[in-house]
Design a protein around this ligand. Structure first.
Ligand code: BYC
Length: 334
C-alpha cells in the first residue's frame, strides 16, 4: 500500500535507481507491513533512509522551535506585572527549554548529534516555526501566545503523540501535557484583563489578538495541495492529520473561546457555515508566510542573533560541565 517512490535507492551521482539486494527488499517490506499495521518503529529498528531523514527534518525543526520560542516570551520575564505572573512565565519558558531537550534527544536516536543540529540552526540552515519571528510588543502578547500559539501548537502536536516513530511519540506525550497548561495560563491571563481590567487593558488584549491571529493560522504550514512533505509524511504515519484539517479545527475551537473572552479576530470573512459545520475564514497571505520562513520576517535576524550570542556566551558553562564530568569519571575509575 505504501509507495516506495521516495526511498528508491539511487546510484551515486546518477538518476537510475540502483538495484536493491534481496535482503534490503525484505527489510523494506517488513517496515511497510509494520507501518500498515500501525506499529511503532524504535530507533534500533531498520528504517528506510528517507524515513530517517524526514523525521530528522521535522524533529530538529520542532526542537529548534521550542528553544527559539523561549525568546519572545523570555523578553517579558523581567516586566511581568505581578509575582504570580512572573513565576508562571518563568516556569513556562523553562518548560519550553525542556521540550527542546526531549526533542533533541529523540533526534539523536536517529544518528544526528545535538551539536550538529545546533550548528545547522546557528548557521541559518535549519528551520524553526515562522511564529517566533514576530515581536512581543506588550504584556498582552504573552497571554496571546499562550492562548493562540500554544493552542495551535497543541492542535498540531496531539496527533504526533501517535507518530510511528516511538521516541518522538513518547516525547510528545510529555510535551502535550505541559502545553495544555501553557495554553490555559495564557487564556487565564487574557480573561483577567478582559473581565477585570481597564478599558486600556481590554484594548491591549484585542490589539495583541489582531497581530497574532494570521501568523497563528500560518503555523500549520502551507495548504494541503501546496505541502510537498504531506503525502509521504502521512503514508509513513509521521503526520496523522493534514495541515488544512488542523487549521480548521483550530479556527473552530478559537471562535468559541474568543466569544467567552470577548475578543474578535481580524477577518471579515469569518462566518459559520451550516452546511460544513465549520467556521469559514478568509484568505491567508501565503506570501508573508514564505517571506518569514525565508528569513525576512520582522524578527528573524534578532532571534538568530540572540541564539548565537547565548551559545557563544554559554561556552564556559559547557566547558565547566565537561571538566566536572571528566573529574567525576576519573574519581569513579580510581
Ligand atoms: N514555520 O510540506 P510541509 C512550539 C515548512 S510550536 C516554518 O507542509 P511538513 C511552541 C516545512 O518545514 C511550533 N516552516 O511540511 C509553542 C517545509 O519545509 P522543509 C513547532 C514551516 O513537515 C509555544 C515547508 O514549509 N511545532 O513548538 O509536512 C512556545 C513545506 O511544508 C512551517 C512543530 O514543529 C512553519 N509554520 O509540515 C514554544 C510541530 N510550516 O522542511 C514553542 C512538528 C511548514 O521541507 N512539525 N514549514 O524545508 C510539523 O507538524 C510539521 O513539520 C509542519 C509542517 C506541520 C510544521
Amino acid at each position: 500500500m505504501y509507495t516506495q517512490a521516495m526511498d528508491t535507492l539511487r546510484e551515486e551521482g546518477g538518476d537510475k535507481p540502483a538495484l536493491r539486494t534481496a535482503e534490503e527488499a525484505q527489510l523494506q517490506q517488513r517496515f511497510d507491513n509494520r507501518i500498515d499495521a500501525g506499529e511503532f518503529i524504535e530507533a534500533k529498528d531498520w528504517m528506510p533512509e528517507n524515513y530517517r531523514k524526514t523525521l530528522l527534518r521535522q524533529i530538529s525543526q520542532h526542537a529548534h522551535s521550542e528553544i527559539v520560542g523561549m525568546l519572545p516570551e523570555g523578553n517579558w520575564i523581567t516586566r511581568a506585572p505581578t509575582l504570580k505572573r512572573k513565576a508562571i512565565l518563568l516556569a513556562k519558558v523553562q518548560d519550553e527549554g525542556g521540550h527542546g531537550l526531549y526533542l533533541y534527544a529523540a533526534a539523536e536516536t536517529l544518528g544526528t548529534s545535538r551539536d550538529q543540529m545546533l550548528d545547522a540552526l546557528h548557521s541559518g540552515k535549519a528551520k524553526y516555526s515562522s511564529i517566533f519571528n514576530y515581536p512581543t510588543l506588550t504584556w498582552a502578547d504573552v497571554g496571546a501566545i499562550g492562548w493562540l500559539v500554544d493552542g495551535a501548537a497543541i492542535m498540531n502536536q496531539v496527533p504526533i503523540c501517535r507518530c510511528s516513530f516511538a521516541p518522538y511519540a513518547r516525547a510528545m506525550v510529555r510535551i502535550c501535557r505541559e502545553e495544555s497548561f501553557h495554553q490555559r495560563q495564557g487564556y487565564d491571563s487574557l480573561l483577567v484583563m478582559m473581565k477585570e481590567g481597564t478599558e486600556a487593558q481590554r484594548a491591549m488584549v484585542q490589539e495583541a489578538v489582531n497581530r497574532w491571529w494570521w501568523p497563528c493560522l500560518m503555523m500549520f504550514g502551507p495548504p494541503d495541495d501546496q505541502s510537498p512533505n504531506s503525502v509521504q509524511g502521512m503514508r509513513w504515519g509521521i503526520k496523522r492529520v493534514s495541515n488544512d484539517t488542523l487549521r480548521q479545527k483550530f479556527v473552530d475551537a478559537a471562535m468559541q473561546q474568543a466569544e467567552v473572552l470577548g475578543v474578535t479576530f481580524p477577518d471579515p470573512d469569518l462566518r459559520w457555515n451550516e452546511a460544513t459545520g465549520h467556521w469559514d475564514y478568509g484568505a491567508i497571505d501565503w506570501s508573508e508566510f514564505w517571506r518569514v520562513v525565508g528569513g525576512e520576517g520582522p524578527c528573524n535576524r534578532e532571534r538568530l542573533a540572540a541564539r548565537v550570542r547565548a551559545w557563544e556566551e554559554g561556552e564556559w558553562v559547557r566547558e565547566a560541565a565537561l571538566a566536572h564530568a571528566r573529574k567525576f569519571d576519573l574519581k569513579e575509575a580510581a
